[in-house]
Design a protein around this ligand. Structure first.
Ligand SMILES: [Ca+2]
Ligand SMILES: [Ca+2]
Ligand SMILES: [Ca+2]
Length: 412
């Protein structure tokens, strides 16, 4: 409410609005005013009708003297302007979903001179009286609904409640590697290991850093932390370990999904880049999933079956996914490039439950029994113990600087 002594001006301005037929928040400098203001009961009735028609607050700037003169019948015109005030809360605090340990700031916006009192689940938070509420390294005790009481010259209001909740790790995840620590450590599951050990040839030739520092283009804006690995001979590569319970009515992982944010290089014009050696941790038979190249453009797959709806290119970042179900009545390796289904072949040799493509607790990345490999840069690798649907993979889209999220919904 405006201060009591200014109320007649407010009424006058609303009358001006009513008589001019213009919207309140676009009216300014209404002049001249006209109408019969001689009768106070007329004024009251009109005021009540206006309140009903135009609920809400207004701010008024007017020449008080002239307005008072008008009300008193001394003058028949006044120059006034009206506008909606900024209000009590002009921007509400926003819901946040984060991982435990994150620093979180809730913010509210209100006009200059406002005072604040933040609340968690309705209870006052001691000393939380600033526009911004900073929470350091949030834990379970911080989870809940935050709101803030705002007081200013327009009145007192409670903001909308903004919940703080924790991200939930994707339940099907059984391994993830992001290279963000500049090594082979796992974000989920077991660390990768260099085939040949920590002082072997793979370790010697593998580097970590930003794409640009490793001679590759950025994925998008911002610095990714990636691993650049060499073309691996049969004694080189990376050991992937997982301990997900066997599934798909077999003794191995029969449904599973492998996703990689990767950029291949091919300086020697190789025909194939091995991705996963599945059925022989000794690396004595052919690798089982590849990228295949013709003039640096290609597809992904196995058994000379690399054509499909979507393409990969040497020197470009891609998000590729193999969504495998060896327990299906028609066993399938669905292949996806940047969210687009590339191909759904059902003809590869060795398909079937616990067969060539069913995953053992140990597999090898980026190596092959006879060196069908190329160097590459990889940002993020994810392994699920289920076949993700085409829709789920489409929703993941293309490669990102942050890599694949370990959480359900938003957040890295
Ligand atoms: Ca990364
Ligand atoms: Ca081979
Ligand atoms: Ca193999």
């Amino acid at each position: 409410m405006p201060p009591e002594e200014n109320r007649p001006i407010a009424e006058l301005v609303e009358l001006a609005q009513f008589l001019s037929g213009q919207e309140i928040n676009s009216v300014s400098d209404i002049s001249p005013l006209s109408g019969d203001f001689s009768n106070n009961s007329n004024l009251a009735k009109t005021y009540a009708a206006l309140r009903q028609k135009h609920p809400g607050n207004f701010t008024i700037s007017a020449e008080a003297t002239k307005a008072w003169e008008m009300l008193a019948g001394v003058s028949s015109s006044a120059s006034v302007s009206v506008s909606r005030p900024a209000g009590i809360v002009t921007k509400q605090p926003q819901p946040r979903m984060v991982k435990p340990g994150t620093d979180v700031a809730f913010e509210v916006e209100a006009p200059e001179g406002s005072t604040f009192q933040w609340r968690l689940k309705g209870a006052y938070i001691p000393s939380a009286t600033n526009r911004t509420l900073n929470l350091n390294a949030v834990s379970q005790k911080d989870v809940g609904s935050y709101s803030v009481i705002v007081r200013n010259t327009s009145g007192t209001a409670v903001s909308k409640a903004a919940p703080l909740s924790f991200n939930r790790i994707i339940p099907t995840l059984c391994g993830q590697w992001d290279f963000d620590k500049g090594n082979l450590s796992a974000s989920i599951g077991y660390d990768l290991a260099f085939l040949g050990g920590p002082s072997g040839q793979t370790a010697l030739e593998t580097r970590f850093g930003t794409p640009r520092a490793l001679g590759a283009p950025d994925i998008e804006k911002g610095d990714a932390t990636v691993m650049a690995y060499p073309a691996c001979d049969p004694l080189m590569g990376f050991v992937l370990t997982q301990d997900a319970a066997p599934n798909g009515r077999g003794t191995k992982l029969n449904p599973y999904t492998l996703i990689l944010d990767i950029l291949w290089q091919n300086p020697n014009n190789q025909r194939f880049s091995a991705i996963l050696q599945i059925d022989d941790p000794a690396n004595l038979n052919d690798s089982d999933l590849f990228a295949s190249w013709t003039h640096n453009v290609g597809g992904i797959g196995i058994n000379e079956d690399y054509t499909g709806a979507s393409k990969i290119r040497v020197g470009q970042w891609h998000r590729i996914a193999f969504a495998v179900d060896m327990d299906a009545s028609d066993p399938v390796i669905a292949k996806h490039i940047d969210g687009v289904k590339h191909r759904d072949p059902k003809s590869a040799d060795g398909l079937g439950r616990d067969g060539r493509f069913a995953l053992l607790p140990t597999a090898l990345l980026f190596t092959d029994e006879n060196g069908e490999t190329t160097p590459a840069v990889v940002n993020s690798i994810q392994l699920h113990n289920a076949r993700l649907s085409d829709e789920q993979i489409a929703a993941l889209g293309g490669p990102t600087t942050e890599g694949l999220s370990i959480f359900v919904g938003p957040g890295k």
